[in-house]
Design a protein around this ligand. Structure first.
Ligand SMILES: C[S@@+](CC[C@H](N)C(=O)[O-])C[C@H]1O[C@@H](n2cnc3c(N)ncnc32)[C@H](O)[C@@H]1O
Length: 231
């Protein structure tokens, strides 16, 4: 399957799960998702008047967390390619500028934004490296890219339990709701397990011209990469 067809398939999946997305997140993260996004927003280290892009913004929850630190005078722009996700986002947070678009091709000029956040989005991008290059292009030197993402479960008994939860329990519960949800949560389990380990992602970001710090959250199930654009 070509990249465009794959990307279209992913978009359709998110279109289908948009109505229940926030409720499922709360349930499956045992209500940790809010704290994860708040921490990501803090790590963006924004100041009044600055401009930040929230990529793969979904229903805009992370974009919402960024608003207070950019006020007064700043801009929070949320970008996503799923119209149903953005419709919910616009209702929930009218003060963010939400835009329909593919985050692998940003319309912002070079070095024009102070920070970029991407929450549970990088894992879904078909050409991850190209998208990261694009993020570096639009960030000003010294600007921050904050990536919030699930990490593949490392070995160990606690992580065996988590793997079981991820691969069996979540798809089974979601499958009771609809076939679309079951598919989405199987996709989640596969993409989390196939995602690079935090040190590998950090090394890739360093190669692309970022200085990186890595912060594990909730036993390392979720990881924050804070990548500052060098030069
Ligand atoms: C798992 S959701 C994350 C939403 C939100 N950031 C959050 O914290 O809950 C992933 C989002 O990425 C969007 N997405 C995936 N690939 C994309 C792309 N290439 N361009 C724009 N949005 C994309 C999907 O439509 C979906 O809303």
């Amino acid at each position: 399957m070509g990249q465009e067809a794959r990307s279209d398939q992913i978009r359709q999946m998110f279109d289908a799960i948009a109505p229940g997305y926030d409720a499922r997140n709360r349930l499956f993260s045992v209500a940790r998702d809010h704290a994860w996004r708040r921490r990501a927003a803090e790590r963006a280290n924004l100041h009044p008047g600055q401009t930040v892009l929230d990529l793969c913004t979904g229903t805009g929850k992370l974009a919402h967390e960024l608003l207070s630190s950019t006020r007064p005078g700043g801009r929070v722009i949320g970008i996503d390619f799923s119209q149903p996700m953005l419709e919910r986002a616009r209702k929930l947070e009218p003060e963010v500028e939400f835009r329909l678009g593919d985050v692998s091709r940003l319309s912002e000029p070079d070095a024009s934004v102070d920070a970029i956040t991407i929450g549970f989005g990088l894992r879904n991008l078909v050409d991850r490296e190209q998208a990261l290059r694009e993020m570096r292009r639009v960030l000003r030197p010294g600007g921050r890219l904050v990536i919030l993402e699930f990490a593949p479960p490392p070995s160990g008994p606690l992580m065996r339990a988590y793997r079981f939860y991820l691969t069996r329990v979540m798809p089974a519960i979601a499958g009771r709701l609809s076939a679309g949800e079951r598919h989405a949560y199987r996709y989640l389990a596969e993409t989390v397990q196939g995602f690079p380990q935090p040190s590998e992602l950090a090394a890739a970001l360093e190669r692309l011209g970022f200085a990186v710090t890595v912060e594990p959250l909730t036993f390392g199930i979720v990881v924050l990469h804070v990548a500052v654009r060098r030069g």
